[in-house]
Design a binder for this molecule. Sequence first.
Ligand code: ZN
Length: 219
Amino acid sequence: MKTLGKSIGFSIPRATEGTQVRFKYGMPSEVDCHLENKTKIVVDYKRLHVKAIMLGFLIIGPSLYLMWRSMWTNDVIVGIFEQPPEIFIPSLLGLIILHEFVHLLTHPRAGLSSDSVVGIIPKGGMAYASYQGEQSRQRLIVTLLAPLIVLTFVPFLLAPFIPPAIVPFLPLLSIINGVGSAGDILLTFLVIRTVPRDAMCHGHYFGFSVNDSRDYQGD
Ligand SMILES: [Zn+2]
């Protein structure tokens, strides 16, 4: 398959072979998947994207706003909007980087593997961190939900113990991260519904590990 973008390597200091995170401009490349009965997890990415935008803005955003509103005043919650762009824009970019970094940390080998790919999809400007090696269904679910838990729910649970003046940005960043996690949430539902418990996930696919006792010809 023709790849949509160029891959460039990024060396971590004192890296040994295979411990590089790859960066990619475009969708992740197709993986060479040898799982039995391999099936695509997502059939229509465009539809997923539209659903994620609707879920994020119509349901998750307003729900998280009401949750925060039960604790703090509106002035505090929308605090970051009152900041000049030189604070607001870096905060937003920082949040996107942090979100992908949390995904990466939950990958096998904590992201220090050439199977971990961080990229940007030019259409829509969406960032992603994707593990391209084989992993269990459970592992994939943990990876998908980690940023939502760490950057949206943990700040919410800690908020009663933090004076608003110290972290005026916390509520809105928590809400924005929640809205931005809509795609991760939809993917999690999809994985729970369609991928059997004992299946393995590999790139865009899920399937079953080839039985070791059998002489696999690799057809
Ligand atoms: Zn995400």
